[in-house]
Design a protein around this ligand. Structure first.
Ligand SMILES: [Zn+2]
Ligand SMILES: [Zn+2]
Length: 333
């Protein structure tokens, strides 16, 4: 059994795993099918935040149950996805049903070892069965898709609405696709204007225009909803410039600080929403509803066999794909 370990920034190694330990009663052992590389994994790979090395990434995981602890209700052979954020069930926010705000939250693949391994073990409460009709390549997107589903529930997205999405990484591309699916007129905005990126955005169905942040169209166009998914101060600052009076800015990118034009926000009654991960199980269920629906066309994903992990991370860093997936299936290698 192999696992992918980050030993130092930009130093990934495929290594033999320790022999499996017996399961705790509440745990399941999973054989990995696919794992999505997230923006967070890419920042970790580049050494952009503090990590204890060696670190095993991977929180967007699809796999098959191969062994269950004695208290677990799942059956071997079942396909599952991981919900990688832990919750304590005892804090004020967990008790109020807001597990996404749990004060004791940890993340598999972040503060806890992740799933980039041929097998991994996780408490059964953090896995979700996958509906049979959802193919592997779509099912593995449920976690990033749920982030977008949760964010878009904070605003009204419908035909006639103008929506701008700043930053077209995985979340931004999925947000553009979902807003367009709901009939909005979408401006997808990104500094990467490569042919491959243009090609990616063109795979989104619906009314979508693709702009550079400095495009002169954005000097005059104003939007009912602006979604910041780049996670950089300049993008958040642009969000307040291009939102209509009475409009909404939804922040899903994560960074420390930016300058807020308070007079402009107050005078124009602009509403700011922070949005973090998702409510469970509702947002996963809703995300699966879209992933089940073939009329919801996903932007391009790229599958890379596990052994070619270096190419996979390079493809992720290029920003040219909606999602790069590591393929752990033996037949894929
Ligand atoms: Zn992610
Ligand atoms: Zn809690």
């Amino acid at each position: 059994m192999l696992e992918l370990l980050l030993r130092r920034p930009r130093e990934l190694h495929l290594e033999k795993m320790q022999p499996p330990a017996p399961l705790n009663p509440d745990e399941v052992r999973i054989r990995t099918i696919l794992g999505g590389i997230c923006g967070g994994d890419l920042r970790g790979f580049e050494g952009k935040f503090a990590i204890t090395y060696p670190h095993r990434m991977g929180h967007e995981m699809l796999g098959t149950v191969i062994e269950c602890g004695e208290e677990v209700q799942l059956r071997p052979g079942q396909r599952i996805v991981v919900q990688p954020n832990t919750y304590c069930e005892t804090c004020e926010f967990c008790k109020a049903g807001k597990r996404n705000l749990c004060v004791n939250k940890k993340t598999y693949g972040g503060t806890l070892p992740g799933g980039f391994a041929e097998e991994f073990v996780i408490p059964a409460k953090y896995v979700f069965p996958v509906p049979d009709e959802v193919p592997d390549e779509r099912a593995v997107l449920v976690e990033p898709m749920s982030v977008v589903v949760h964010a878009l529930k904070k605003v009204t997205i419908e035909p006639g609405k103008k929506v701008a999405v700043i930053g077209c990484g995985s979340e931004g591309t999925l947000a553009s696709a979902l807003a367009a699916f709901h009939g909005a007129e979408v401006a997808a905005i990104d500094i990467n204007q490569s042919e491959t990126k243009k090609q990616l955005i063109s795979t989104i169905r619906g009314n979508v225009q693709f702009y550079h942040p400095e495009d002169e169209v954005l000097q005059r166009e104003r939007f009912d909803v602006v979604i910041e998914a780049a996670g950089v101060p300049a993008s958040a600052e642009q969000a307040f410039q291009i939102v209509k009076p009475g409009g909404d800015v939804v922040l899903i990118g994560i960074f420390e600080e930016c300058t807020l034009p308070v007079r402009h926000i107050v005078r124009n009654e602009i509403t700011i929403h922070g949005s973090i991960i998702y409510d469970l199980p509702d947002d996963y269920e809703d995300a699966f509803r879209y992933l089940k629906d073939e009329s919801f066309v996903l932007p391009t994903v790229k599958l890379v066999p596990l052994e070619q992990f270096e190419q996979a991370f390079a493809a992720g860093l290029s920003g040219n794909y909606c999602k790069v997936l590591l393929d752990f299936r033996a037949e894929g290698r």
